[in-house]
Write a protein that binds this ligand. Sequence first.
Ligand code: ATP
Ligand code: LTN
Length: 332
Amino acid sequence: MENKKVLSMIQPSGLPTLGNYLGALKNWSNVAAEYDCAFAVADLHAITVRQDPQKFKKQIFDMYSLLLALGLKPEKNIIFVQSQVPTHAQLAWILDCYTQFGEMSRMTQFKDKSKAHPENINVGLFAYPALMAADILLYQADYVPVGADQKQHLEITRDIAERFNGLYGDTFTVPEPLIVETGARIMSLQDPTKKMSKSDPNPKGYISIFDGKDIIAKRIKSAVTDSEACVRFAEGKDGVNNLMSIYSCCTGKTNEEIEAEFAGQGYGIFKQAVADAVIEELGPLQDEFARITADRAYVEDCMKQGADTAYRISSRTLAKVMKKVGYYQFKK
Ligand code: ATP
Ligand code: LTN
């Protein structure tokens, strides 16, 4: 039997955070060991928010290089940049015409992002989930690893696929979410009731994957905690809970083990240990990233090869869809 297929993507919309890493990216290499995978940089999605052209180009290159630095193997997985594979925009347009205005209007990300950028509520932002559906359905993915924030987009993808299959007969695999283990939702260091986000205007709230040792230590030291001075996981202790989650994700220790380790000690010692664990976690990744980005030709080679393979595979699905809709195709 064929292996199950997995696809996931990440937007190159800024510096990836420790939250992106512990909540999503770190898990991708585990998934890659088990399934046939495609991973991509979702740069078409990223222009739903205005990007500075020079910075954007670098962010795309860096995000792609980061995927390689995670240990994802271009000879085993398909690793590509979305805008370099034209089938995505083509299928997205077709799927737009099989998606209702009403169902799209219920997407909470659209509502949140319209509020955050009232000056640029563009049609692309609204149609974003149909492009994401195209990304997934083109590769007939069985599973899509996503964070909880993307679950609604996956549900609409399933609805679109089932609708199309219902009208034209089996065309698309209906994908299932692969939700990342619990405990991986990392919160802002300054307001631990909000998720850590790369678009947080206060840089003290997040740690970027590329931050150096000193910055990491500084950010963790100034993280919000409470006045109890006791390291335990409990309701109302959001700041400490968050630091414990970070420590747990980096070391693999359980909350009970962490509580025992720091029993009778203050937050100073605990924070130092969390900072050391994060530095140890990110250090090798940063070294690998530096090594890979130094060889631009290698990165571009991987990009080209990834785009070719992605185009070849996705073209089969697109041709099938166009035939079913009734587009005029030449006999071979
Ligand atoms: P933005 O801040 O620009 O809205 P983001 O930081 O939320 O972006 P995305 O690019 O939308 O990041 O998300 C990439 C992946 O990282 C998604 O799978 C998402 O679920 C996951 N993710 C994002 N933030 C966190 C977080 N704080 N904790 C755990 N996972 C996260
Ligand atoms: N919307 C996602 C990125 C994304 C994606 C996808 C994820 C674009 N296309 C396909 C999974 C599958 C995000 O912002 N995290």
